[in-house]
Design a protein around this ligand. Structure first.
Ligand SMILES: Nc1ncnc2c1ncn2[C@@H]1O[C@H](COP(=O)(O)OP(=O)(O)OP(=O)(O)O)[C@@H](O)[C@H]1O
Ligand SMILES: O=P(O)(O)OC[C@H]1O[C@H](OP(=O)(O)OP(=O)(O)O)[C@H](O)[C@@H]1O
Length: 211
């Protein structure tokens, strides 16, 4: 039997994903060691491998078959546009992709002004403004602390993830429009889905039963 390989984003979703696997009898104790720099873990008994990667790289590993199964935020799936099957909504990691800014930016959105939009998600932002709203905007790609952009005058608004709204509140910003709700998803490599259908289907069925 060959190994089935799981790719997990090493951020916020990893711990909950591992807890979920534990509930269906898939454990990997080594992975819980927070101080470890180890990147890949093996469960010999079940012939499973797990590795931690940067969230946005998870769909890449899955598309190329370096991982059979991945757990990743829906935002990352939308942004990366990889060829893979999105098979299960895990119902955790819930948040929203939103257009945010100071209250004063509402007017600019309303009048379809040519505004600047800072974001870690240029594809999602472009799709939203160009295809859904038919509004021409300038998109500026950033890599984090996106809320800074309207505060320091880099952009009028941002497209970013909102969970509790604390980051917005503490920086005098608010949600102006909602792009879409988001949650953690299971993605599967397209060839693995055929070649390892039985094992993968069993894992998915087990996961569904504990959600
Ligand atoms: N408050 C939140 N902020 C960001 N992502 C959240 C939040 N709540 C849930 N998520 C989900 O968790 C996923 C992982 O987020 P996390 O910030 O850990 O990783 P990341 O965006 O890849 O971070 P980094 O770029 O810092 O490595 C996101 O893609 C999103 O789907
Ligand atoms: O609504 P909240 O609960 O405040 O959560 C949303 C914030 O969390 C994320 O940032 P993260 O902590 O991943 O840091 P980053 O800005 O460096 O990506 C996201 O980009 C928002 O800034």
């Amino acid at each position: 039997m060959r190994y089935l390989t799981f790719a997990l984003g090493k951020g916020r979703l990893a711990k909950t994903a591992l807890d979920l696997f534990e509930k269906i009898g898939i454990t990997c104790e080594e992975m819980k060691d927070k101080d470890s720099r180890k990147l890949i873990f093996v469960n010999e008994e079940l012939k499973l491998k797990f590795f931690l990667a940067k969230g946005p790289d998870v769909p890449t590993y899955v598309e190329y078959g370096a991982a059979d199964i991945g757990i990743v935020g829906e935002d990352t799936i939308m942004e990366e546009q990889r060829k893979l099957y999105e098979v299960l909504d895990l119902g955790f990691g819930k948040c929203r992709m939103c257009v945010c800014g100071p209250a004063s930016a509402k007017e600019l959105l309303l009048h379809q002004e040519q505004i600047r939009v800072a974001t870690k998600y240029p594809r999602i932002a472009k799709d939203y403004f160009y295809n859904k709203k038919h509004q021409t905007v300038e998109i500026i790609k950033l890599n984090g602390s996106i809320e800074l952009a309207p505060i320091v005058g880099l952009s009028e608004v941002i497209v970013d993830i909102v969970e509790t709204g604390t980051t917005l509140r503490e920086n005098g910003l608010e949600v102006l429009e909602e792009v879409c709700p988001l949650s953690a998803r299971v993605v599967v490599n397209q060839v693995s889905m055929r070649m390892e259908n039985e094992r993968i289907t069993k894992i998915l069925t087990d996961l569904k039963s504990v959600l």
